[in-house]
Design a protein. Sequence first.
Length: 266
Amino acid sequence: MNPSLKHMRSALLVVVVAALAACSTTSTTSTQHTPSATADAAASTAQTVDVFAAASLTDVFTELAAAYEADHPGISIDLTFGGSSDLATQIVEGAPADVFASANERQMEAVAGEVDGSSHLFATNTLTIVVPSGNPAGVTDFASLAAPGLLLVACAPEVPCGAATASLEEQLGVSLSPVSEESSVTDVLGKVAAGEADAGLVYVTDVARAEGVESIPFDGAELATNRYPIATLTTGDAQDAARDFLAYVLGPEGQAALAAAGFHTP
């Protein structure tokens, strides 16, 4: 073959290979950028609503949050449960909460400076006596909780269920001496279920949350009805989504779930 022709063919081959390599690089780069842009867009629309709620709302708010998330893709409800007074303290100290659902109005008043707008009553609840299955101590009514030797657990006075207990003591003329005062109804319920106490005072709606216990209703429980307020807060960063979740709790779906859990309307 003519050396000159051979040289021309080699040069042409180099040009073709370079062109193919350039095309391949451009295509790969384009493919890599597309999913990244999609992920960035999805991340920018995702929101987390931080909800602080009273321990007595654990089951029903867990159910409501799951239902809400199913209907609102991109919105995540992060639930924190505890004694209302403990939650209020955390909020005042700067915890980044978007929504606060308290078991009484006093604790909502404690965070008034952080409330976005105003609070709304969404449920009511009353106390009942809870005992281990079979009621081994023979508890019959509120007065029997003062019997000598009976091991009673109750909520601490600063907690909504404890404030309701103190109100009932005054109105029914019975002085109680709990062997333990707990920071939430969940703790009271746990001690009774574990057989560490003969009786406890919890909300009517709490009894279904534990196995191995039963409820002893008593006359006068309605004298200390707890009213549950809910509000959006300025301490969070998802205020629009928070307002929408609050409306969901106050709406037909939320109220139906609360009623099914044993709560009453305000």
